[in-house]
Design a protein around this ligand. Sequence first.
Ligand code: NAG
Ligand code: NAG
Ligand code: NAG
Ligand code: NAG
Ligand code: NAG
Ligand code: NAG
Length: 471
Amino acid sequence: MTMASSIVSTLILLLLLLLHVTSSSAAGIIGVNYGRIADNLPDPTKVVQLLKSNGINRIKLYDTDSTVLKALAGSNIAVTVALPNNLLSAAAANQSFTDNWIQSNILPYYPSTLIDAIAVGNEVFVDPNNTTDFLVSAMKNVYDSLQKNKININVSSPIALSALETSYPPSSGSFKPELIEPVMKPMLSFLKKTGSYLMVNAYPFFAYGANTDTISLDYALLRENKGVTDSKSGINYKTLLEAQLDAVYSAMDALQFHDVKMIVSETGWPSKGDSNESGAGEENAAQYNGNLVRRVLTGGGSPLRPNDPLVVYLFALFNENLKTGPTSERNYGLFYPNEQKVYNVPLSMEAFAVSNNGSKAEVAVAPASGGGDVTASTVGETWCVANGRVGEEKLQAALDYACGEGGADCRPIQSGDTCYDPNTLEAHASYAFNSYYQKQARGSGSCDFGGAAYVVSQPPRFGSCKFPTSN
Ligand SMILES: *[C@@H]1O[C@H](CO)[C@@H](O)[C@H](O)[C@H]1NC(C)=O
Ligand SMILES: *[C@@H]1O[C@H](CO)[C@@H](O)[C@H](O)[C@H]1NC(C)=O
Ligand SMILES: *[C@@H]1O[C@H](CO)[C@@H](O)[C@H](O)[C@H]1NC(C)=O
Ligand SMILES: *[C@@H]1O[C@H](CO)[C@@H](O)[C@H](O)[C@H]1NC(C)=O
Ligand SMILES: *[C@@H]1O[C@H](CO)[C@@H](O)[C@H](O)[C@H]1NC(C)=O
Ligand SMILES: *[C@@H]1O[C@H](CO)[C@@H](O)[C@H](O)[C@H]1NC(C)=O
């Protein structure tokens, strides 16, 4: 190889690496809320193991509990902590209060515990103790105290969707007028100035429950459906959650905050409810969470912010037995306190690909984008191929996963090798998915890739490339 050609191939390699990085950044992020209003939860050190074994690397807490933060040290799990509502008035009144709070609640754990955000208060606008007036000053004081210590942690505050005056159609979204001047404008200015993001707690479950006559369950659960078209923007929404998020984006746009990012700090679906809580139930909870995780890990952003991949914290890690209110409140967990799954939903891309063989809930989870086949055949020869309908971004992300962490044999699709031609994304992805599928002994769920792949019983035809049938 000449010097020039080796430089060229090095450059090409760098370019490919760069493409790889940019394309996989299109996938969103899943986190989980670790609520602890219960008297029967496992020890935090066991919880950290549970998180790791399920591929969960982001969590959100409702406080700064020291046993939890210590257990998370060195775990590489990113943590959002919280300053609770009952401290807001003190935090707003007095900078030395927030200095002390940071000193005793953040500094002892940071950075060995990866604290990456502080939620100042939670759903403050609906707090019966009227803490709204303290919110923005408290956020500013917390931020200034962090700055004094040269710590870079985002400061935000989760708002409930009830902060909206109008949420339908999404393009007409607006904040409640009484919140706009006193709190929304100053809060959004603060978020913009500090490079932080808005946190929104969004529950399609409640919107569905209040409107079962007009909202379809398929639309709420992210199943196949004809969608709902926003008559003003013409956008056809396939999921209620995305319509809710775009209503918030529209409300921000109306106040000229076009560039503040947003994350979903809570969303979920209860596996049990009272008889008047429409939609509550195990199957629906499995479908909501399963389809949502798939949507987040394989897709871009919502229609109004397509380039901002969704960041979603599921509610919640455990069923919490001491929560008050309707039965649903105690049944949002992905896990029982004994660490058994309430239903089987894969929580990471990897878990999706290798998810348990034939378990009930996994089969029940419908592919969000269609075309996926979660029931693998075990008789006769089968192969796995790419589903072109999911679009380039999802295919590329899944291909990157298969050839990377997934451990598929991707040598034959490299330039010059036997399966490089035809040089199309669908052909290359098919080769990689099939390699992965065969390596996993065609286990159920191993030809899925978040809906980007499906099983076929005829040998795939891509040029003269031979797809292996077993390893
Ligand atoms: C401010 O906070 C500090 C520390 O919490 C406390 O000692 C002091 O009394 C507070 N001052 C006022 C005016 O509230
Ligand atoms: C309201 O504030 C009082 C006094 O600080 C406290 O005891 C109570 O728990 C608070 N209520 C809520 C809903 O936060
Ligand atoms: C909160 O504000 C409402 C309406 O302004 C008022 O009726 C209520 O008494 C206040 N509650 C507290 C605990 O201050
Ligand atoms: C803070 O939020 C911004 C906007 O989403 C993000 O780019 C940045 O990485 C976050 N910072 C930290 C320390 O997590
Ligand atoms: C269900 O019934 C209970 C008790 O009658 C009531 O308090 C609650 O508001 C109802 N919930 C819904 C969602 O209708
Ligand atoms: C998958 O299921 C089959 C039959 O139920 C079983 O024999 C096999 O061991 C399972 N494989 C894994 C990886 O769990």
